[in-house]
Design a protein. Sequence first.
Length: 488
Amino acid sequence: MSLRRKYILVFVGFCLLLTLGGGWLAWRAASGALERELDQKLVWVAGAAAEVGLQANPLLALQPGDENSSLYQPNRERLLRLLTYVDEAHIFRRDNTVIVTTDSPQAYPIGTPLRWLDAYAPELATAWTTGEAVSPLFEGQDGRFYKYGFKRLEQSDAMLTVLMRADYLAPLSQFRRTLLLGSFGTAILAALIAAMLATNIVRPLERLSRGALKIQRGRWNDSVTVERGDELGRLSRAMERMRVGIVQRDEQLRLMLAQVAHEIRNPLGGLELFATAALEAEDPQERLRLLERVRREVEALNDIINDFLTFSRPLHPEIELHDIRQPLREAADLMELQLTENGGGLSVRLPDEPLMARADPDHVKRAVLNLLQNAGQAGRRVWMDAWWRNGEAVVSVRDDGPGVADNLRDRIFDAFVTDKEQGAGLGLAIVKRVLETNGARVVLVNPEVEREADEPSDPEAQGAEFRVYFQGSEDLPLEGAAANQKSA
C-alpha cells in the first residue's frame, strides 16, 4: 500500500473515530439524561395524582359491581383528568386486580386481573417496598416507546400506575441520523483534506526519491530540487549538499588517480631505464651506481605512495591535553640531520615553560615534520619557534627559500597544488587535514604583515612562513597561561 493511501486511511479513520465516538458518547449522555428526566416526571405525575383526592381505604372497599357507585365515579373522574399528561392510568390491588381505570369499566370491571403487570414484577416489588418505581422502556403496538410509573397509595395495598410516551426518543433518533450523515460527510471531507495533505507530503518525497535514484545511478550533475522550508526542505538541502560532496569527492578521486598515474609513471620510467642500463653495464662500479639510482627511484616511488595513502586514509585522533614541546623536539630531531647533510641547518626555539595544548601527540609530530620537510626542500636553513598567545599554542616554521608565488597563495593547501618539479603536491594538504581533525589550523603568513614585538624574528628567514595554532585548555590555570605568555 502506498504512503498516500495509508495517510488517507489513517486520517479518515481518525476523523470517523472522533466524530462517531464523540457523537455516540453525546447520544448516550443525552439519552440517559432524558430518560432520567422522564422517570422523574412519571414519579411526579403519579405522586401528584396520589396526593390529590385519591384515598386508599375507600378505594380498597370497592367490590365488583360497584362501577356505578358514588365512590367509583369520582375517583375515575380524577384518573381521567390525568389523561391530559399521561396515556393511561390504573389503580390496582396487591394481587394485580384493577380497582379504577381510565379504560372502559365494561372492559376492565373491578377485580379484573391486569396480566401485563406480571412483566414488571421486579419494579412492582420495588414500588411496594419503597413506595415508587419506574418500568423499563418498551415499544407499544403502535411502534412508539412507553414507560410505566408506579406510586403506592398511603402505604396501603393500593397502587397507582400511569403510562407515558417516551417522546424524547424522536429527537434522539433524529440526532442519530444527523450524526450518521455528519460522519459520512466528515469522512468525505477528511478524505479530500487527507488527499491534499498526502499529496503535499508524498510528491516532494517522490521528487527526493527520484533525486536519490539519480545520485545512485551516477547522474550527479542533476541538482536535487530544494523543497519548502520545513523538514522536507532540510532533507532536500541535506541531499543537495550530499550530492555536491559526492561530486567534489569524485572529482578529487579522479584527480588523485590521474596524479597517481602521472607521479608513478615518472619513477617507473627511470626504474626501467636504470635497470636496463645496469643489465648492460660491464663495469661493476657503473652497475653499482645505476643500482643505487634504482634504489633512490624506488624510495621516491614509495614516498609518493605513502603520501597518497596518508591523504586518503581516515584519521582517528586521540586528542589529549599535553605539553607539545616533546613532539616538536622529536620532529626537529628527525629533520635536523637531513638538513645538516645537505649543508643547511635548523634553528629551534621553544619556551622554557610547558606549552599545553589539546591535540594528538603523534599528529602534532607528523604535521610539524611535514612542514619542516617542506621548508627544507624550499631553502637551506629552517627556523622553528613556538609560543603562547590568546589561549592558543602557536608554532612557526620559516625558511630562507624563495617563498610562495602569489598565484599559489590562495590554493597552497589544496591537494595536488605544488610549484615543485617533483612530488604529488599533497604535503600541505595532508598537514591541513591532520590539523583540522585535531581542532587546530594552519595558515600561510603574509610577508607584508608586521610582526608583534614579542614574536621571534630572523633577518635571514625571508622565505615562506607557516603557522600552526593549537587549541589551549580552558582548564589551564591562569598563572600557567601567564607563564606561557611570558615565556613566549
